[in-house]
Structures are given as C-alpha cells and as structure tokens.
Design a protein around this ligand. Structure first.
Ligand code: ACM
Length: 623
C-alpha cells in the first residue's frame, strides 16, 4: 500500500494533536503552587504555571469601551513607575495587554490570564477590569527591571462582600487632599471599594457648605489641642494643651476632585455628617441650634461631649440644607448621619424637647433621636439617598430602609440583620485600626495612640458573617469596614504606620470568603507585599520577629530553644540577652538560640528591614 505524502503529513498532524490532548502536561507548562505569587487579597481561583511571559518596556494595550479606556489610563499610570511606556492599540493581535468586557458571574469579578499570547483581563465592567489590573500589578516586580517576566496564570476572581470599606476621620486631625487621595489609592490597591469620609465632629467641621459660611470660618478650627493620651490623665485638671490653633476644611471644588478621583478607581465615597451628637463644632458657629444658650467652642480634647444639637425645627432645617449640598457633591447611594454617642442630658433638661415628646407621643429621649433620624431619612429619600448610621440609631427605632454600621461589637448588627435591615460590620475589637499593635499597653516603643491591642492575626480571624444568622439574614450583611479614628494620628506617616500591614488583613477579610482563608497561608503572601509598600514609600510598621511567645519556646536538656522568624524578606533579626535594646550593633540572629535555663533572662529582638527601618522590640522572659 502506498500512502500519499499528504496523507502522511495529515497523519503526523493528527498524531501530534492527539499527543497534545492525551498529555497536556507536556505541552503546557507545569502547574506550580500559587502561594509563591504573593497575591493579597487571595483570589477565588488561581492556577500558576512554571513559565513566564516577557512584558516589553513598550507595551501596546488593547482597550475600546469607556471602562476599558478608563482602566487602560490607570494601568498606564500604574506601570509608569516600573519604566513601562503604554500606548493604546485597536489591533488585538499587536497587544501585549488586552482588556475585554464580557459577562462574568459577579459584577466586580474578573478573569486574568497570562500565557504565551500575553496578558488578558476580562470582566463585566470597569471595577472587575481594575481589580484584574491590580492583581496583574502584584505579579510584576515592585521596581523597574531590565526584563519583566510575568508568570503564566489563570485567575478567576470575585469578592465575598459588596461593601469593602475603609473610614478616615479627618476631624480630630485634618488630612490634605493629597493624603486623602493616597488613602483612596491604599484602598484601591487591595480591592476595597468604599471610602467612608468622616467629615464632621466636635473637634472640627471639614466640608464647605455655601449656605453656612461660619461652618468653615469657625467650626473648622479649634483654638488648641490636648497634649498626650487623654485616658492616661487622672482628671481633666491635669490636661495640658499645645496652645496652637488647628484646623482646615475641604472646599466644594476639592470635594468634587476627590469624588472624581475615587470614582475613577471604582471607589464610592460615603460622606458622614454627624448628628445629633459629636456636633459641638456646629454649636460654636450656630449656638441657636443648641438646647441652651452658649457660647460654645470647637472642642480641644477627645471623648463624648454632652453639648449636642437640640432636635428642633431650626436644627432639622439646618441639616436638610447641609444635606442638600452634600447630596449634590457625592453621587453615591449612602449618606452616613453618625448617630453614635449622643448623650441626652441636654435634651432631658429642655422644655422644647419635653414639648416635642408630648406632641409626637415619644416615650423617652432615645425615641426622640429615632424621630429625628426618621425626619432626616425622609429628607434623604427625597434626594434619592439611603441613610446609614452607627449602631446607636437602633435604640430610637429605625425604618426598614436604614442601614446600620455595627461598631460596638456585632450585637447590633446581628439584631438589625434579623429585623431585615442591611448592616456594615465594623466591630471595634476587630476593625478599629487606631488600636495599638503592641502587646505592651502604651508601649514606649510605639507612637502615642489611643491604646488597645489589635494585632494582624486578630483582624485576619474576623468573619463578617455571624454564625448566629440564617443564610437569608446573612444576605443583609453588606460587608466589613475598617475605621481609622485620628485623635492621636497627627500625620500621614503615622496614619500609614497604623494602616500597614493591617489593611492587608482587612482586605482579605473583605474579599476572600471565610472558607478560603488561612492565616498560615496569608503571612508569606503578605510578606511579599513589603517590597511593594517600600516602592510606594509607605511608612508601614515593621513587624517584630515571630517566635517570642511562650508557646514557641521549646525546653530541652536544661535549655530553652527559641526559633525566630522575620516576616520581612531580606531583613535581619538582631537580639540581646543582657537587657539592652537590640539594634544594628547587637547580635545577629542566624540560627535557633539555645538559652541556658539556670537563670532568668530576657531575650529581646528586633526586625531590621532592608530599608534600615526597625520594628519595635519584642521580648520574652526565659526562666
Ligand atoms: C464610634 O466609634 N464612635 C462610632
């Protein structure tokens, strides 16, 4: 039998194809553990392969639709610090990076594929394309390199929660538009999508309201600020002040600029206008809104102030006017009305409030707050907005449309979800990033802060879906939010110190379903982020060495064996056993330490990051 040449060629071709399908492992690069990619937050599904795609210095990027073009613009900016020059193309064949719009299972989901054809990000909309771009960025080196090799991956991803929030208090201390944008960048880099902007409080009103110019002439400033940690003083008689006038506010033009900046990064801003509590700065300018005559002044210390606005018609009209301007500035659905920590002392004493209670049939002063809130809520609804407030608003009664931000633990959030109200979980014990990061209370090795202890592991352990709720009730949990109150956070550097690396744990709580989370898996992935934080010059807190706790200590043969580990790649651990503070000049840790148990010793150790910055010392008493 004679075979024609063409038949043989075809047979060979078929054979090759069948070989490929029978043994894809040979044709495809081998799969490798995805953990090595160091992605935070952990995507839903990641496949990584032992092959790389060389991303050239000049990148052609394919993008056509409005959202694709928006994300293309952001990618161009994000890739510039890596020395990449991005130009747009409408020729898909020529593109190294392709942005495509196609249905995905979640409105914020995306698929990211890197293979020999290059980088492809597919998503249903701009948010997904943006998150895919953030993931891509984490696959690239943190600094410019001669050749940029991107690992082959196939990532399919979507968030666990639709509200992934971060709050910044700009009242206790004011932060510039530049830092607010940076804060938004921090959220965006880790796929958080909601910026809660705490704009008014006792210590300063920070948003220009055209109808009430005294808010920015008077309420935005205080005459001085308390020095030191208030809770450490025995009595107010011991308080000392700095004597320096302090203040600031954002013009409406600046607010619009920040709103646009956030929207471009698929972040919604929730403005907070506090009422009826935390409002003495308002009374400083408009004392007629108080229950009793003033004068009042913008507060110079911290805590809960009994001087709150009186729930009268002029007060309601004032807030309606303010909210009229606020709702035109912020396009998002939610307006936060505060509602927390509103002592009712002044209301109890007020004839006007007693009269209101009689007229409206309100049994107690808490119900007065509920009545006040419903008036405000009806007004917000007339503007097409939804009310959200701190969990205290439950106490006066809320409508089915109100959303609760649960901060005094989860209890109020659970109760609200059971009643069918939507809930954002922000329990202070897990998500208040102003709390300390050192097991030693008010450690002299930490900057001045409010106190408490909220380590990374505790944040990471948080599950916003309480087991007490049924699956149907759990649907009312919109998601988690971390809050940064700034009584003691005076500068951007200090804000960064409190935020990082803890914000990375927050991001994973918000993005990755609880069933997919593992702290042991998170730590090495988080470690790979430090170089990225360094490249962005973020003043993160260098974590102290691990292993200085009694559970890590191994006793054998009259010795305690201590094994230390640093979370920062390329760092050194330095230690002392003589009570001195460890630094660059003390012993370098290179292998597990065997410490004789014949006398009591304190082992102290620090991490020294590659950039030279040190962790606070950690220590263990060995006896
Ligand atoms: C709050 O922390 N007072 C909401």
């Amino acid at each position: 039998m004679v075979f024609s040449l063409s038949f043989i060629t075809r047979l060979a071709g078929l054979l090759a194809v069948s070989l490929l399908t029978a043994a894809p492992a040979r044709a495809q690069p081998a799969e490798v553990p995805a953990q090595s990619l160091g992605l935070v937050p952990l995507p839903r599904q990641v496949k990584a392969y032992a092959a790389t795609y060389a991303l050239p210095q000049k990148i052609s990027l394919y993008a056509v639709s409005k959202d694709e073009l928006n994300v293309a613009g952001l990618l161009k900016e994000m890739l510039a610090p890596l020395g990449k020059i991005v130009t747009l193309t409408t020729n898909r064949q020529q593109a190294q990076i392709t942005l495509l719009t196609a249905p995905t299972s979640h409105p914020e989901g995306y698929q990211l594929v890197v293979d020999k054809a290059g980088v492809r990000i597919t998503a249903a909309g701009g948010a997904g394309l943006f998150y895919g771009s953030q993931t891509l960025l984490q696959l690239l080196p943190s600094r410019p390199t001669a050749t940029t090799r991107v690992p082959y991956v196939r990532i399919t991803d979507e968030p666990a929660f639709r509200w992934r929030g971060g709050m910044l208090d700009v009242c206790r201390h004011f932060f510039s538009v530049g830092f607010v944008k940076k804060y938004i960048d921090f959220l965006a880099a880790y796929k958080l999508n909601t910026f809660h902007w705490h704009l008014t409080d006792d210590q300063g009103w920070r948003i220009e309201i055209k109808k009430y110019p005294k808010l920015t002439q008077i309420s935005a400033f205080r005459k001085e600020t308390l020095l030191g940690a208030q809770q450490l003083f025995k009595s107010p008689a011991d308080f000392k002040y700095d004597g320096q006038p302090y203040g600031g506010f954002y013009t409406q033009a600046q607010i619009r600029e920040v709103v646009a900046y956030a929207a471009r990064r698929y972040i919604t801003i929730v403005p907070e206008i506090e009422m009826p509590g935390h409002s003495v700065a308002v009374l400083a300018a408009y004392p007629e809104l108080a229950c009793r005559p003033g004068p009042y002044e913008t507060w110079t210390k911290w805590g809960v102030n009994e001087d709150i606005v009186c729930p009268t018609e002029p007060t309601i009209h004032f807030f309606e006017d303010v909210l009229t301007e606020v709702t035109t500035l912020f396009p998002g659905k939610y307006v936060h009305i505060g509602g927390d920590e509103a002592p009712k002392t002044r209301w109890q004493e007020s004839a006007a409030v007693q009269e209101l209670m009689k007229r409206e049939g309100l049994a107690d002063v808490e119900k007065v707050q509920g009545w006040f809130n419903r008036r405000i809520e009806a007004f917000l609804e007339s503007k097409g907005k939804k009310l959200i407030g701190w969990d205290e608003i439950l106490e006066g009664g809320i409508t089915p449309g109100a959303t609760i931000m649960s901060w005094r633990g989860q209890k109020a959030g659970i109760e609200a979800a059971r009643h069918g109200n939507d809930v954002v979980m922000a329990p202070s014990g897990y998500l208040y990033l102003d709390a300390g990061q050192n097991p030693v209370p008010h450690s002299p090795n930490e900057p001045l802060m409010i106190g408490g202890y909220l380590p990374l592991a505790k944040i990471y352990s948080y599950n916003p879906l309480p087991a007490e709720l049924t699956p149907e009730q759990q649907k009312h949990i919109l998601g988690p939010q971390a809050n940064l109150w700034t009584e003691y956070i005076t500068t951007p550097e200090k804000a960064e110190y409190m935020l990082f690396p803890r914000l990375l744990a927050v991001a994973e709580v918000a993005w990755t379903p609880a069933a997919g989370k593992s702290y042991a898996d998170f730590l090495p992935r988080m470690s790979q982020q430090f170089a990225r934080l360094d490249a962005k010059k973020i003043n993160y807190r260098v974590p102290e060495p691990l292993g200085l706790d009694s559970t890590s200590l191994v006793r054998q043969g009259g010795k305690a064996v201590v094994t230390l580990r640093s979370l920062v790649p390329g760092s050194q651990i330095r230690y002392t056993l003589d009570g001195k503070l460890p630094d660059e000049t003390t012993e370098l840790y290179s292998k597990p330490l065997a410490v004789p148990l014949n006398r009591q010793l304190t082992l102290r150790a620090v991490t020294i990051a590659p950039n030279g910055r040190k962790s606070p010392p950690a220590e263990i008493l060995i006896k």
